[in-house]
Write a protein that binds this ligand. Structure first.
Ligand SMILES: [Zn+2]
Length: 295
């Protein structure tokens, strides 16, 4: 057998975006990272190290053995209970691992395998998941997570080939498209997205303070919106921000009816923004087509 052909075939099986073997790798990688995200979401707000010590049972403090700590499978092996004391674990950890693994596959398939785009957007999704989990638990969005993500999202954006679709907007609105290098458009697009996030969420906060005499939007939400804008660029950020308000209303109305709340209580709005940003990125093509039916 021709050795080069063999290597070629091996490459296709292991690394192309639509081979079942490589998708399986993407799933495993996603599940492992999901497990790490659980650790981050739990330990970072508590000011603890994300590296050591190893995970232990909340109830008896016993270190969880590595073979029970395998993402998703560990939970199934243990039937959701601690091996030592029998107290039950929340299924949330396994769910986060599974969802992260599925999102990894989805991005892997759509972004052409283990490409720079895949890692960029997978990092973005992981960032969204951690912000989602911490906001859900503690109603808190941490600067120590937002700032590094902003820098990463902005500085790496020019290297992401997908981001050049922002040039379409220049054509769409008949803006002059000079022969500037592509990275200039992408950086402008990132800055516009971040600026839009700032304007919208700062506006809502300012308006809330003016009209309702209370904080409608926390400072964390505003910074989170800026970071989303930097990663997604202006078009997808618009979809994300509009969607986040839609999702917020859809989730809060039943909650307010059941709890007879006035709607003036604080809500973890970052959770809606995180979900909306993922949907916006995954379905932006569909949303664009949908809008232009009516345009
Ligand atoms: Zn235990």
């Amino acid at each position: 057998m021709n050795f080069n052909l063999f290597l070629n075939n091996l490459y296709f099986i292991l690394f192309t975006h639509d081979s079942p073997v490589s998708l399986f790798f993407a799933f495993i990688f996603g599940a492992l990272i999901g497990s790490f995200l659980n650790v981050c979401a739990y330990r970072v707000p508590a000011g603890r190290s994300i590296v050591s010590p190893s995970s232990s049972c909340f109830s008896c403090g016993e270190i969880i053995k590595w073979y029970f700590n395998i993402p998703i499978l560990g939970y199934i092996f243990l039937k959701g209970k601690c091996h030592d004391c029998g107290s039950s674990f929340s299924c949330r950890y396994a769910v986060v691992e599974f969802i992260t693994a599925c999102l990894s596959c989805l991005l892997f398939y759509n972004l052409g395998g283990f490409s720079l785009s895949y890692f960029y957007y997978f990092f973005f999704f992981c960032f969204l998941i951690v912000v989602f989990l911490i906001d859900l638990d503690r109603w808190l969005i941490l600067d120590s997570i937002i700032y590094p993500a902003c820098i990463f999202g902005f500085l790496l954006s020019p290297f992401i080939s997908q981001r050049i679709d922002c040039k379409d907007l220049f054509y769409l609105f008949s803006l002059p498209v000079q022969n500037f290098p592509n990275w200039t458009y992408i950086l402008i697009d990132s800055l516009l997205g971040g600026f839009l996030g700032f304007i919208i969420f700062y506006g809502v906060a300012f308006y809330g303070l003016l009209v309702f005499k209370q904080d409608a939007m926390g400072g964390g939400d505003i910074k989170f919106a800026i970071s989303i804008g930097l990663f997604l660029g202006i078009e997808k950020s618009i979809y994300a921000f509009v969607l986040s308000f839609f999702i917020g209303v859809i989730c809060l109305i039943p909650f307010m009816i059941i709890n007879k709340k006035s709607g003036k209580e604080p809500i973890p709005f970052g959770t809606f923004m995180a979900i909306a940003s993922m949907l916006s990125f995954l379905f932006s093509g569909f949303i664009r087509k949908f809008i232009f039916v009516f345009y």
